[in-house]
Design a protein around this ligand. Structure first.
Ligand code: AGP
Length: 607
């Protein structure tokens, strides 16, 4: 996820663009850049690092004069953070500059085609493709060039474009990435999000997918998919600046929970060609995979819970022996590793001290290290032998949600990739799994839209002192994550238990009114789970059950939350969503600081 801004008007644009980018830094902050159109030529300045580096270089906007410009703050998806990979990207003839928020899914194919046409790439980004493609199609009419570009590119994009043949003009294009247009007096704006323009105007409209916007200081034209002019309804922004930074949500955590479908889609779709998984990892050759003696999955906190789920997924799909372990334990024990061991390190930040140490210990012992990381250029990403990125964008809330879901999706892609190489999955199973994976973001969207029952359940749980989460198989991993979410942000003690373990001790704690969150599975384990629910119900528990839409639940449960049907290996990815919302609403009722819980940090870079 990145942030784009654009301005055209009567004022010097660079200070306005810098200020706009500052309010969008929560969308990405590993590099930034600005392009200005002045005297019919483009002038570009860009820099690796936080926005302050660029601002210093531009003397807070004194340099780079001009009244028409675009800017970008980056969350790297393709190509590490660097000056070369920072946006804007410019066509070889220097006529067109582009800033981009989103992902090009068919970038490999387009890049090869453009290189075949004689274009030279100076960056590792997918975005540079837009600059060359527009140059290739531009014959004096930018609209025509953009329509041709849109027919070639698959993916998500919000673009800001400058063309030296169009002085005083900013062009914007929107498809599957957010874009807002701000209307001022003799000046107009574009941005990824309202905070960037709120200081200058509250009069906005939101282009639809496929629409192109041509902004000049005294006019804004909108064109539809078929070249027709469109009149847009403007609206007044009611948010204050702080709420605006959260996209209108009250907390970053809620915003990031709602971004999960996008994060899942961006992590899955660019890596699925039909039913074939194509993650961009080169170190897992068939020979290596065939000889893998064991797969360790090493992480901390929520990332470890992904490892617990990954055990069930990878063992079932690949037939390999999988062991999840806490990084803080792994690094101090004597793991039996050989050059045939695959160690997967999962980390949102890529900077967690215990996970870094575990990774280095694994490498020292000769294992092959693959990491699943959300931050390009982070320590774990840089030191791993292979990296499978989660394209969740920056996660601000301490309690992880979208990165957790994206990590699970990366595991699904990896499992399919390994299973197809080893032949441990047949074509029909692969097609069924890939189809379910493609449909997952939409089912997540559906599930995340239902809050009322969860809010009721939260009101029933918010004064509890101990809450139990029980589940079996993959739903046990979801139970662990749900329990951690609740503890982290509401400060209520809870425990996640493999439901079959209740009778081995824990059930002694169940008394009248003890809340139990029961994650029903379907298939063979449903009846077992139903018995576990009856056991706790018989002792007075208040039961909140999560169950597939087709699972019969009678009076065993006090509240039932329904989960859309999906592949049995993917259900855990859906089951965790209501649990995230449950933790959020319980914390809200208790007046806790949801985005910055006490005693916690977003990245635990110390031991
Ligand atoms: C999750 O909500 C917590 N913030 C925490 O458990 C986190 O998952 C853990 O610290 C690992 O962080 P990482 O993914 O950045 O390595």
């Amino acid at each position: 996820m990145c942030g784009i801004v654009g301005y055209t008007g009567y004022r010097q644009c660079t200070p306005i663009l810098l200020e706009g980018l500052k309010s969008l830094e929560y969308r990405g902050y590993d590099s930034s850049g600005i392009a200005v159109l002045e005297n019919d030529s483009l002038h570009v300045e860009k820099a690796e690092g936080r926005l302050a580096v660029l601002a210093d270089r531009l003397q807070e906007g004194v340099l780079l004069p001009g009244k028409t410009g675009i800017g970008h703050t980056r969350w790297a998806t393709h190509g590490k953070p660097s000056d070369e990979n920072a946006h804007p990207h410019v066509s070889e003839n220097g006529k067109i500059a582009v800033v981009h928020n989103g992902i090009i899914e068919n970038y490999r194919k387009l890049k090869e085609e453009l290189i075949g046409k004689g274009y030279h790439f100076v960056s590792d980004t997918d975005t540079e493709i837009f600059a060359h493609l527009l140059d290739y199609y531009f014959r004096g009419n930018i609209l025509e060039a953009i329509y041709k570009m849109m027919r070639k590119v698959n993916g998500a994009y919000a673009l800001g474009i400058l063309c030296d043949e169009m002085p005083g003009t900013v062009i914007a294009v929107k498809k599957d990435s957010p874009l807002v247009v701000g209307l001022g007096k003799d000046e107009n704006f574009i941005a990824s999000d309202v905070p960037a323009i709120l200081k200058h105007t509250r009069t906005v409209f939101y282009p639809e997918d496929g629409e192109i916007v041509i902004l000049r200081p005294d006019s804004v034209e909108v064109y539809g998919k078929d070249g027709e002019r469109i009149e847009k309804e403007v609206e007044a922004v009611a948010w204050d600046a702080s709420a605006a930074e959260k996209g209108g949500y009250p907390h970053f955590m809620m915003k990031e929970m709602m971004e999960q479908p996008r994060a899942m889609a961006d992590t899955i779709l660019p890596r699925l060609a039909g039913s074939v998984a194509q993650p961009e990892i080169s170190g897992l050759s068939e020979a290596f995979l065939r000889n893998v003696d064991k797969i360790y999955i090493v992480a901390c906190g929520s990332a470890y819970h992904v490892g617990v789920a990954a055990k069930y997924i990878l063992e079932e799909m690949t037939g390999k022996n999988v062991e999840p372990d806490l990084a803080s334990e792994f690094r101090y024990r004597v793991p039996i590793l050989t050059e045939h061991s695959l160690v997967i390190i999962i980390s949102q930040s890529g900077e967690t001290a215990d996970s870094i140490a575990a990774m280095r210990e694994a490498k020292r012992r000769g294992a092959h290290v693959l990491s699943i990381v959300n931050v390009l250029g982070s320590t774990i990403a840089k030191e791993s032998d292979d990296v499978l990125y989660t394209w969740a964008g920056p996660e601000i809330a301490v309690a992880t949600t979208k990165a957790y879901s994206a990590q699970l999706c990366a595991v699904y892609v990896l499992a399919l990739y390994i299973a197809e190489i080893l032949g441990t999955i047949n074509l029909e199973e692969a097609e069924r799994f890939a189809a379910a994976l493609r449909a997952l973001p939409e089912k997540a969207e559906e599930l995340l839209s239902e809050h009322s029952k969860i809010q009721y359940a939260a009101s029933r749980l918010s004064s509890s002192h101990n809450i139990f989460f029980i589940g079996r198989n993959l739903e046990f991993a979801a139970a662990m994550e749900g329990s951690l979410k609740l503890k982290e942000i509401s400060y209520i003690h809870s425990e996640a238990y493999a439901a079959g373990e209740l009778k081995h001790g824990t059930i002694s704690l169940i008394e009248e009114g003890t809340p139990v969150v029961a994650l029903m599975t379907s298939g063979a384990l449903t009846d077992k789970m139903r018995s576990n629910i009856r056991e706790v119900k018989a002792r007075g528990a208040f039961v909140l059950a999560l169950a597939d839409v087709d699972v019969e639940i009678g009076e065993e449960a006090d509240v039932v939350l329904r989960i859309p049907k999906t592949h049995h290996l993917l259900r855990t990815s859906l089951a965790v969503l209501p649990l995230q919302l449950l933790a959020y609403y319980v914390a809200l009722v208790r007046g806790c600081d949801i985005d910055k819980p006490r005693n916690l940090a977003k990245s635990v870079t110390v031991e």
